[in-house]
Design a protein around this ligand. Structure first.
Ligand SMILES: Nc1ncnc2c1ncn2[C@@H]1O[C@H](COP(=O)(O)OP(=O)(O)OP(=O)(O)O)[C@@H](O)[C@H]1O
Length: 349
């Protein structure tokens, strides 16, 4: 069965305070810098930390309530936590690892092993069921861990950076598997990987210093982020300012011309999202075309796929290595950035 999860919790010692709802069957990706509180949110849902305030609810059940001190222990929550490393029991075979949960919840040994065999088949690991964890690769162990989590038939799956410990070869297969098992299952996924969010999540929530600072449908956040971390995560520039006659006035007073997708109230906080691929770099202001031309200073140059990401004190631009050489760019170079108004997406901040 799949149920909605409501988390309204505060954990004082970690300065975490969030209000999150995950709809039944939905996958929510939790993003944010190190220390933002993502793992703490998972721990509160799983019952591994005791919130100082608020409630955790799963469907109609209250799993914890700081006011009434109601508390359902982790193994009775119907919530499975899948960690970065597989954390299998080293002395048990793959099959017995997966059978452990059903056995612990009272199922007979034969039935538990049957269920384990079913889930090992689901994750494509039948041929490895007698192996011990040390005889499995990282990707294989993670598959067994996924089977172990699902064998308890959880209502909610919590997944903490599931691919982070895997090599580039095994990560895509495990990602496909996760996509299959999280589909239609209430899931909270902590990730630092934009591909995980793009491929697995229906919605994302961005955390910063223990608070949710942005939340929305995945496509919206990845194309029109409103938080600094969301923009960095999506590989986009985010410039803040105030709306001014349909454009953005930046804190230094300069105007950025753009296209507003929703009505902007003059004088209200607003921001502009610009892809680095839409920004070109010049030494002199370019002539013609309805472009923004903005003086900037190069702060950093770094490889970015086949291109070079030119970071400046204003916007980042992705340009070719020959262009970097022709322009003679260095840290500290004075440049003129050019970007078409139609490539500048303005929205209320
Ligand atoms: N076991 C703990 N005891 C006390 N404080 C902790 C503990 N674990 C984390 N913290 C603190 O709680 C805050 C939130 O940390 P948390 O691990 O939830 O962040 P995170 O977003 O998951 O980070 P990361 O991406 O590095 O895993 C941080 O200030 C951290 O130092």
């Amino acid at each position: 069965m799949t149920l909605p999860l409501h988390l309204r919790v505060g954990v004082d010692a970690r300065d975490v305070d969030v209000d999150l709802t995950v709809a039944a069957g939905e996958t929510l990706a939790l993003l944010g810098p190190n220390g933002a509180g993502k793992s703490t949110v998972l721990a509160a849902a799983a019952g591994l930390v005791t919130p100082d305030s608020g409630t955790v609810r799963l469907g109609d059940r209250t799993l914890s309530d700081a006011t009434t001190h109601a508390w359902v222990p982790p193994h009775r929550r119907g919530i499975a936590l899948l960690a970065q490393d597989a954390r299998l029991f080293p002395h048990l075979s793959a099959l017995d690892n997966v059978a452990f949960g059903p056995t612990a919840s009272g199922e007979g040994r034969a039935a538990a092993r049957e269920r384990a065999a079913h889930w090992l088949a689901e994750v494509g690991m039948t041929a490895y069921e007698r192996r011990r964890p040390r005889e499995l690769s990282g990707g294989q162990a993670q598959r067994v861990a996924i089977a172990r989590a699902l064998a308890t038939e959880p209502d909610v799956l919590l997944v903490d950076e599931p691919l982070a410990a895997l090599d580039v070869e095994s990560a895509p297969d495990v990602r496909d598997l996760l996509r299959r098992v999280t589909h239609d299952r209430t899931t909270v996924l902590v990730t630092h990987d934009v591909l995980d969010a793009a491929l697995l999540a229906d919605r994302v929530a961005v955390m910063h210093e223990g608070r949710v600072v942005e939340e929305g449908e995945t496509g919206r956040v990845l194309s029109r982020p409103t938080s600094d971390f969301g923009a960095r995560f999506a590989g986009l520039n985010l410039v803040r300012g105030v709306a001014s006659a349909g454009d953005l006035r930046m804190p230094d007073g300069r105007l950025l011309h753009g296209i507003a997708e929703t009505h902007l109230v003059d004088g209200a906080p607003a921001s502009a999202v610009v892809s680095p691929s839409a920004v070109s770099v010049h030494l002199e202001p370019p002539h013609g075309s309805p472009r923004n031309s903005l003086d900037a200073t190069v702060t950093d140059l770094e490889p970015h796929g086949q291109l070079v990401r030119v970071r400046t004190d204003l916007l980042s631009a992705d340009i070719t290595p020959p262009a970097v050489a022709d322009l003679g760019l260095r840290r500290g170079s004075a440049v003129v950035l050019s970007v078409k108004a139609t490539e500048v997406h303005l929205h209320p901040a």
